[in-house]
Design a protein around this ligand. Structure first.
Ligand SMILES: Cc1cc2nc3c(=O)[nH]c(=O)nc-3n(C[C@H](O)[C@H](O)[C@H](O)COP(=O)(O)OP(=O)(O)OC[C@H]3O[C@@H](n4cnc5c(N)ncnc54)[C@H](O)[C@@H]3O)c2cc1C
Length: 484
């Protein structure tokens, strides 16, 4: 389908024709639907930014703050009422910063940890496990908003970016839907941090969706928290957790109980978590870009959570008074579009801890693929291959996975940056996404100062600036010419 719409951008004086080449194979049924034609209309420009960041998750917040701190006039556009993305609105509340011997992700995430105060706690065995900090998603909303404010970022929530307006090979503006109609935001540089690559896909950049073969994206999860648990009663009945777990499996195998993530469920039954800790055990599968399917599976996931809790209240000592304290405002979404960049991170780069000339930070997480069919099973273990870099080592996250060859003033950060299905399963972690945000946000500000495109920024100078800003950046190979 080729949908055409004409927008006159007032304040810019150009009438631009924009197509919508962002349909994937998954949109095929919609493509057969009938269409309506829209008359040309003027869209008011509400901002002219140096850097427009679309999406306010971990990647977008870090990109926006870092670009603003280096002198850029930054606007951040977020569709939900608060920033934080999956970290706040899907209750995904664990940060990973360690290669299992030392902390190797620092910089922006360390600032968020320090600013987090009582909302963040360091885990007891730090830094011996990748997981190093857990936080209260509700309090973190306040922390992240205040970081943006202090950096001087103009943050607008409740706006959905719906169109990318290109002029030749440059992105001129994005169009947002608001309660008061459509508006446009112009910018010199755009950073797509939507998690789904909405802006880049709409601007015509090629992308991949899901795994090779059937295009299945990683399973999604409804996170939830419980209150009213009696830990002493659980402890006093040490065999009950295993009995209830076996019952859950039996009922599920008979088709009388929903899917659940086995290892996590058993662990929660054996040692119930306090109400700040999110339960990560409720899987569902589907296409997160199909709004109707997403509605259906989100509703299904909420029912699944109550199916678990109802059984536990009946069967598990200590859970008799369990209540759902909170569920994700959104289903936790792991994967959708991955926008093809100058470089594509792959599984070998991850597990072999490959170092890159254009490194912007380190990553170490395993190839953590949640079954696209929604069983909750982690599938890479079936390959019997290495899952993560060796203990004490880490791979480099390259700038090139965030830049592209077609629209030089557009970068992509976060879980929609360029990676294979396997490598994405590692680099999608929030800490890794913040590394991308900090690297690209800083690069964008340097590009503006130098009057050049982001790909032309001297990589050595970028490394110097990132290190000055607290980023751990070690073992970077020599760049002969300073430029990539
Ligand atoms: C269940 C689950 C458990 C996980 N566990 C962990 C974990 O323990 N630790 C960890 O670090 N990571 C974990 N992850 C992964 C991690 O949370 C995500 O990969 C990460 O949040 C990605 O960050 P992001 O900024 O790229 O995208 P997101 O967090 O998805 O943020 C994207 C933001 O963009 C906004 N947006 C989207 N489209 C538009 C648009 N068109 N216009 C305006 N705004 C838009 C969204 O509303 C959102 O705020 C988990 C993920 C899931 C789903």
């Amino acid at each position: 389908m080729k949908r055409r719409e004409f927008i006159k951008l007032s304040g810019v004086g150009a009438t631009l024709a924009i197509g919508s080449p962002w349909l994937s194979a998954a949109d095929a049924p919609a493509a057969k639907a009938s269409v309506i034609a829209q008359p040309m209309r003027e869209i008011p420009v509400i901002a002219e930014a140096d850097v427009a960041v679309c999406g306010g998750g971990p990647a977008g917040i870090s990109a926006a703050c870092c670009a603003a701190r280096h002198g850029a006039k930054v606007i951040l556009l977020e569709r939900w009422p608060s920033v934080g993305g999956m970290a706040t609105n899907a209750l995904v509340n664990i940060w990973h910063t360690s290669d299992r011997t030392k902390q190797v992700i620092t910089g922006f995430i360390q600032e968020a940890i320090d600013r987090g105060g009582r909302f963040v706690r360091r885990m007891a065995d730090y830094p011996k496990r990748p997981e190093t900090h857990e936080f209260d998603s509700t309090g973190m909303r306040v922390v992240l908003h205040s970081m943006l404010k202090d950096a001087g970022v103009r943050t607008i929530c409740n706006v959905m970016v719906v169109e990318s307006v290109r002029d030749g090979d440059r992105l001129r503006a994005v169009v947002v839907d608001t309660k008061r109609g459509r508006k446009a935001v112009c910018g010199k540089i755009f950073i797509d941090a939507t998690g789904d690559g909405d802006i880049a896909a709409n601007a015509g950049l090629p992308f991949d969706f899901g795994r090779p073969g059937d295009g299945g994206v990683q399973g999604m999860t409804m996170m939830f928290r419980l209150r009213g648990l009696d830990a002493a009663a659980v402890k006093a009945n040490p065999n009950e957790a295993d009995r209830v777990f076996a019952l859950m499996k039996k009922l599920r195998n008979e088709g009388k109980f929903p899917q659940f993530l086995e290892g996590a469920a058993l662990s929660y039954l054996r040692s119930p978590r306090d109400p700040v800790v999110s339960y990560n055990m409720c899987p569902v599968a589907g296409n997160p870009l199909d709004e109707e399917e997403l509605t259906r599976i989100s509703a299904q996931a909420r029912e699944q959570v109550y199916a678990y809790v109802d059984l536990w209240r009946k069967e598990m000592p200590g859970f008799e008074k369990a209540e759902v304290e909170q569920m994700g405002f959104s289903l936790g979404i792991r994967e959708s579009r991955r926008i093809r960049g100058l470089k594509t991170l792959d599984a070998q780069m991850v597990v072999k801890a490959v170092k890159q000339l254009d490194a912007i930070g380190h990553g170490f997480w395993m190839i953590d693929i949640h079954d696209p069919k929604g069983t909750g099973h982690t599938t890479w273990v079936d390959q019997k291959a290495d899952m993560m870099p060796p203990v004490g080592d880490s791979y480099h996250i390259p700038l090139g996975m965030c830049l592209n060859s077609q629209v030089p003033n557009l970068a992509v950060v976060g879980r929609c940056a360029s990676a294979t299905h396997e490598a994405h399963a590692s680099v999608r972690l929030q800490s890794h996404c913040m590394v991308m945000g900090q690297g690209v946000g800083t690069c964008a500000a340097m590009a503006l100062q130098g009057g050049m495109d982001m790909a032309k920024v001297d990589i050595g100078k970028l490394h110097t600036q990132l290190r000055k800003d607290g980023v751990y950046l070690e073992n970077v190979p020599e760049v002969p010419s300073g430029q990539l």
